[in-house]
Design a binder for this molecule. Structure first.
Ligand SMILES: [Cu+2]
Length: 291
């Protein structure tokens, strides 16, 4: 063996050991951190308030488009006039907006995320009906049971594409029992698609706390059980790569309520995408006086 070969051999062994060592270290670190942070937290007890508001859509919303379901005759028979539902607006009010408490400080100084929020025993249902996900946008708490049902005489394939939780996809035949799943990590929001019917889309918000709601057909929402404090409230709406968010700061008094109205659509004063956050204020200076 030449001297040069020996040097290379020693070097490559050293590098392999280094890689092995760092991989093991990383794994062990995650394992020890997770349980200790969970056991330390206590649940909030005391008076609570509410956060409520209405989500508007400014300007003319894009008209719903008819979906071509000819790929699966069962879908066309059951739901001949299936329309897109990414922008559902009625009288200027926007449905299917996921509104949630992102962060904040409860009176007394503790962060809202530092409390333990028990997992609800109730389950949340996601149905496939008329080759359409119902509801279109939904929220669950971490580890809360999500029950997926198939009300159609055809096969679906549910395929969430999370970034922080494990990805899975599973077929569900006509008459198959419900699929029960849960997500272990908070994630806003997880897109869900169907591998059988490319038009089917749904979004699942996974939250540590129960402090979230989806705007109804009239654009309204109400989040109850909020400890008094100062919070950052976010309204999320689908569209683009990861959706669009609007942010608002609110103060919730004990046994009182805070108002947080949001607006999407044309000339909305907040962000189009995170990177364009400041642009609307520059482009539409005359609108800034309205707020
Ligand atoms: Cu499907």
């Amino acid at each position: 063996m030449s001297k040069q070969t020996k040097v290379w051999l020693v070097l490559s062994i050293a590098l392999s050991l280094l890689a092995l060592g760092s991989a093991c270290g990383g794994g062990a670190k995650t394992d020890t951190n997770t349980p200790s942070s969970e056991t330390a937290a206590a649940a909030y007890s005391g008076p609570t308030g509410t956060i409520s508001g209405v989500v508007s859509y400014n300007g003319t919303p894009p008209a719903p488009k008819k979906i071509d379901t000819t790929a699966d005759p069962v879908c066309g028979q059951k739901n001949p006039n299936l329309m897109t539902d990414d922008t559902v607006v009625k009288d200027g009010k926007l449905a299917n907006v996921f509104v949630y408490v992102k962060d904040g400080t409860v009176d007394g100084g503790k962060k809202v995320g530092d409390y333990a929020w028990p997992t609800p025993t109730s389950e949340v249902q996601l149905d496939q009906n008329g080759c359409h996900y119902v509801p279109h946008v939904l929220g669950v708490q971490v580890n809360q049971k999500l029950k997926i049902t198939n009300s159609d005489a055809t096969q679906h394939n549910i395929h969430p594409t999370p970034k922080l939780n494990p990805e899975w996809n599973q077929t569900q035949a006509n008459g198959a029992p419900p699929i029960e799943k849960a997500f272990a990590r908070p994630e806003v929001l997880i897109p869900v698609k169907c591998n059988q019917h490319p038009w089917m889309k749904s979004y699942i918000g996974v939250m540590k706390s129960p402090l979230f709601k989806v705007s109804g057909a009239d654009g309204s929402y109400q989040i109850t059980g909020v400890p008094p404090g100062k919070y950052t409230v976010v309204a999320w709406r689908e569209g683009g790569a990861t959706g669009t968010e609007k942010t608002m700061e609110v103060t919730v008094p004990a046994n009182g309520s805070a108002k947080a109205d949001f607006a999407f659509g044309e000339a909305a004063t907040s962000s189009i995408s995170p990177s364009l956050k400041m642009l609307p204020a520059i482009e539409f200076p005359m609108l800034s006086g309205r707020h």
